[in-house]
Design a protein around this ligand. Structure first.
Ligand code: GLA
Ligand code: ZN
Length: 660
């Protein structure tokens, strides 16, 4: 069945059936158990290259033919993966240069996975061949529903071929070496280039001092990875133009600009492995839930439509220092959380545990005991039952009136820059603190980057928007003039797209709008704090404190300590129809909650609910054409009362209301 025609939420996961090619009994039992658990989708071939091409140009698809047929006979859809994430040893033995050269300029030997060079022409050729074989063979197969390109693409290669491609990329971007020198400010320490050939990628034992270069290598490699992906997409689309494609994203700092990548795929797929129960305290799931929700909201916002939860574990992982079991009920709750944030599926890594290999102890629906008489299986079966009852949710949208800017370019630059805080910059934490404050105000939030359209929102939060890309300052100005409320913080609007500091005061060119100018930034040591009062409550300012020149903003709070006592710390200025708010410090969570609460009230953004619940209750919302679905999720293991319902520990309640 076509993906577009499917009316159900997807339930299933990675099925590494090639490991059981000699066990028809197991393959048959898997189908029985899948159907019993309400599994309607499997992802095949993620790492099956050896099983498909055991020797160069010798193809063995027969096992997959049978498997595809048996999936079709049993009404189980197939998400078919291209196998480029893992490669057979024969390939590297003949062509060692398919292996990645790492940041220390050491070429990897064969091993592991997802570590090929994205420039290597032989590898690209082999990938194209296998992709075309798969696509042409299964183009008309009734089980084929969706393409899954490669697997969790990430990282960089620094081989000679990649360096060559980098130089071409730079030439295309800067046109002349003079222009590059200018943007890199390379006269500093006498690093001015005279020829493109003198440039090489940033390297621990080489150049690490040019921030523009570091940033460009990241951008170049992201572009190269996306180009690799595009070639794979072309290979399968040639035979299956009507089958959508996706690739599983997993880590916001994996080296790939997901915003740009998402322009080339039909839908977003996200892998999520929250570390439940690991904070060492009972009932400390809230923060884990916040960061999981951030990933889901990010995924949904990329294309502003539902996404797939492509991987999650039904029980435990094997990738962390300590991998705990999901406590009873947590599997249902964490699955529902993804759905609440906009997922149209719950899929697992993995259906069946392998008997050997790196991940033999990673959680799966079916363990080596082969049984369905297990806690994990029963919980998965329950998720299958609930998803079936929620098929009305498929395609349901999220309507966000607020957004938070989480910008790839700016964050990569912020990571690299050598500022007054070299350690514990707290960037990710800060992003999550602002996000959490918005979430706790029970509003829907999109996570966007600075290139996004701002006009559909009433409130935009932009914590630490260090870099302004061309046009951003003007967009912010227009957004505010047209009635939006924009929250700018310390460390914002400092540099241009190449990390070159803007002339004038930060935030670049917006003093008239915000009514403040940042003259200096004080960095506080861990444990130190300044203080300020807002609405008669005292709060802490930590880590970064911008010292502002007052240029006409309404001052809502001032610093109370140190030599900048009395200087503004939280300000607001009306400009046109809207407001520019400036928060000069990293402020404690309680303040962020109070600040956003006031801003939400003032902008009139609709809350999902007006009742305030205990700390550990997360509230989310989706809309179908006819109904509104409110999700109330209890992340504590104790009972909570929500409106007139009593929720058990780890319970999620969905309330459906007709809107038509
Ligand atoms: C990733 C990979 C999977 C598997 C899981 C384990 O998400 O895509 O192949 O290794 O991690 O958690
Ligand atoms: Zn390379």
């Amino acid at each position: 069945m076509r993906f577009q025609d499917n009316k159900e939420m997807l339930h299933g996961g990675d099925y590494n059936a090639d490991q059981w090619r000699d066990r028809p009994d197991i393959l048959a039992e898997d189908i029985r158990l899948m159907k019993k658990a309400g599994v309607n989708t499997v992802t095949l071939c993620v790492f099956s290259w050896s099983a498909l091409e055991p020797m160069e140009d010798v193809y063995t698809f027969e096992w997959l033919d049978k498997l595809m047929d048996s999936m079709a006979e049993n009404q189980i859809h197939v998400i078919l993966s291209t196998p480029s994430g893992g490669k057979p040893p024969w390939m590297a033995a003949k062509h060692p240069d398919i292996m990645r050269t790492n940041k220390d300029r050491i070429r990897l030997f064969y091993g592991e996975r997802e570590n090929h060079c994205n420039s290597n022409l032989y590898f690209r050729k082999k990938v194209r061949q296998i992709d075309e074989k798969l696509a042409s063979r299964y183009a008309k197969h009734p089980a084929l529903m969706l393409w899954h390109i490669s697997n969790e693409m990430y990282g960089q290669c620094h081989c000679d071929e990649c360096q060559q491609n980098f130089r071409l990329w730079l030439k295309n971007k800067y046109q002349t070496i003079d222009r590059l020198n200018q943007e890199y400010w390379s006269s500093f320490w006498s690093h001015s280039y005279t020829d493109w050939s003198e440039i090489s990628s940033p390297f621990r034992y080489g150049e690490t001092a040019i921030h523009g270069l570091e940033l460009d290598y990241q951008r170049f490699y992201s572009d190269l990875s996306i180009d690799f992906l595009k070639k794979e997409i072309e290979a399968v689309r040639k035979f299956t133009p009507e089958i959508p494609v996706t690739t599983n994203m997993f880590h916001l700092n994996c080296g790939i600009h997901y915003g740009r990548l998402s322009e080339h795929i039909d839908l977003i797929a996200w892998d999520s492995y929250p570390r439940w129960h690991c904070a060492g305290r009972r009932n400390s799931e809230w923060e884990t839930a916040v960061s999981a929700a951030f990933g889901y909201d990010f995924s949904r916002s990329l294309q502003k439509k539902p996404f797939l939860l492509m991987e999650s574990t039904p029980s435990t992982t094997n990738g962390f220092e300590v991998s705990k079991l999901k406590r009873p009920g947590m599997h249902m709750l964490s699955s529902m959380q993804a759905v609440a944030c906009g997922a149209d599926s719950v899929q697992y890594f993995q259906w069946r545990k392998s008997r050997g290999g790196y991940e033999k102890f990673h959680g799966a629906v079916i363990s080596q005991n082969g049984s369905c008489e297990t806690r994990v299986y029963r919980e998965v079966e329950e998720v299958g039952r609930v998803l079936k009852s929620l098929s009305c949710l498929k395609g349901a949208q999220t309507k966000a009136e607020a957004a938070m800017i989480y910008d790839w370019d700016s964050l990569r630059a912020l990571d690299e820059q050598k500022s007054m805080r070299r350690q514990n910059k707290g960037i990710e934490e800060t992003m999550l603190e602002h996000y959490e404050a918005l979430l706790k105000n029970y509003i829907s939030v999109d996570i966007i980057d600075q290139t996004a359209e701002f006009s559909e929102y009433s409130l935009i939060a932009a914590p630490m928007l260090y870099m302004f890309l061309p046009g951003t300052a003007e967009k912010i100005r227009q957004f505010i003039r047209n009635g939006g409320t924009f929250v700018m913080t310390y460390y914002s609007g400092l540099v241009n797209e190449n990390d070159l500091v803007y002339e004038g005061y930060p935030p670049y060119s917006l003093q008239d709008i915000f009514g403040v100018a940042s003259e200096e930034t004080d960095c506080l040591c861990d444990g130190e704090a300044n203080h300020f009062t807002y609405n008669n409550v005292s709060y802490q300012a930590t880590h970064y404190c911008d010292i502002l020149q007052h240029q006409g903003a309404e001052v809502l709070s001032v610093y109370e300590d140190d030599f900048y006592k009395g200087a503004p710390v939280f300000t607001r200025k009306k400009a046109g129809e809207g407001y520019g708010c400036y928060l000069a410090c990293r402020a404690e969570k309680a303040f962020l909650y109070a600040m956003y609460s006031d801003l939400i009230n003032e902008t009139g953004i609709r809350r999902i609910t007006d009742t305030v619940f205990t700390e550990d209750v997360m509230v989310k919302e989706r809309f179908s054409k006819t109904d509104r679905y409110q999700f109330f999720m209890n992340f504590s293991d104790e009972k909570r009362t929500i409106l007139s319902y009593e929720l058990d520990g780890y319970e999620c309640k969905v309330i459906e209301t007709k809107i038509l």
